[in-house]
Design a protein around this ligand. Structure first.
Ligand code: ADP
Length: 270
């Protein structure tokens, strides 16, 4: 089991929820349909938590996957009366129907590093191959779902939290989901990984140094940021935490768009 797969924690399930503290009150198998092992755990203490973990081994092609159902966490911050309503169609069923594995491909990198350019080409190529694919793009999402958010740290985190949840749902629907977001903070990228599930998340670091990005400046934003017209601009007046353990690293200062696209397609194929 690799480093990422062994990482299990409650962190990030609900950003504003108090840390779970206390003892495990109840632990037991509550369902055993279709080889599925569902474990319900209650934690009682400073805050009450109840969460459900479903482990569902399934085969697709020559590989076996262990699917962790999105966990439900109830904390006393919100309502304690929300329970996961399990359907009769699973992630496994949807993947089989579509003949592919739902996955989140998460592109991170500075503005102008090439995330959108690569994701657009990857989407086109996958569609040509008959795959069900959907692209979520930073600027596009800020026109709708996240139009109420700015670029301060809390807003950036909330932006990524919502996208991570949407991407995880799309993945659960069986789609190859391409998410291109600067996503400058490791903590939130880890959150996105956790929501999609370790086996269903590919982090692609689209790497280009800030000088290269500023030279490209496809949207003229670096120029504006340097003139002080944009606050909290990543790489100029706001930090970017480089991924320490990305699944794929693409140096777009060195590679062509075609070579970059090829690397992503290979990672999705494996
Ligand atoms: P981002 O989505 O990361 O903000 P964009 O995709 O909008 O970046 O812009 C990246 C710019 O860099 C585009 O003008 C693109 O043509 C150029 N570019 C040069 N080389 C590459 C490459 N290997 N991959 C992606 N984009 C590249």
């Amino acid at each position: 089991m690799d480093k990422k797969k062994s990482k299990t924690s409650l962190e990030g399930f609900k950003e504003d929820a108090p840390e779970p503290q206390g003892r495990i009150e109840d632990k037991g198998q509550v369902d055993n349909d279709n080889n599925e092992q569902t474990v319900l755990i209650s934690l009682k203490g400073k805050a009450d938590y109840e969460f459900m973990i479903s482990l569902l081994p399934f085969n697709l092609g020559s590989s076996t996957y262990l699917h962790c159902q999105p966990s439900t966490v109830n904390s006393n911050k919100g309502s304690n009366n929300i329970m996961w309503h399990k359907g009769k169609v699973t992630y496994e069923d949807r993947c089989k129907n579509l003949g592919q594995r739902g996955v989140v491909v998460w592109f991170t990198g500075l503005s102008g590093s090439g995330k959108s350019t690569i994701a657009v080409e990857v989407e086109k190529e996958l569609l040509k191959q008959g795959k069900a694919v959907y692209r979520l793009d930073g600027d596009n999402v800020r026109h709708g779902l996240n139009s109420d958010l700015g670029f301060a740290k809390e807003d950036r985190d909330e932006n990524i939290r919502r996208i991570a949840e949407v991407a995880a749902l799309f993945k659960d629907a069986g789609l190859i989901t391409l998410a291109s977001f600067i996503s400058p903070f490791q903590k939130m990228r880890d959150f996105a990984r956790e929501r999609a599930g370790e086996d269903s998340f590919i982090e692609v670091y689209v790497k280009a140094d800030v000088e290269t990005c500023a030279e490209r400046d496809p949207k003229g934003l670096y120029e504006k940021a340097k003139q002080g017209e944009i606050e909290n601009f990543t790489g100029i007046s706001s930090p970017y935490e480089e991924p320490d353990d990305a699944d794929v690293v693409i140096d777009t200062a060195e590679l062509t768009v075609e070579e970059s696209v090829e690397k992503v397609l290979e990672a999705i194929d494996n």
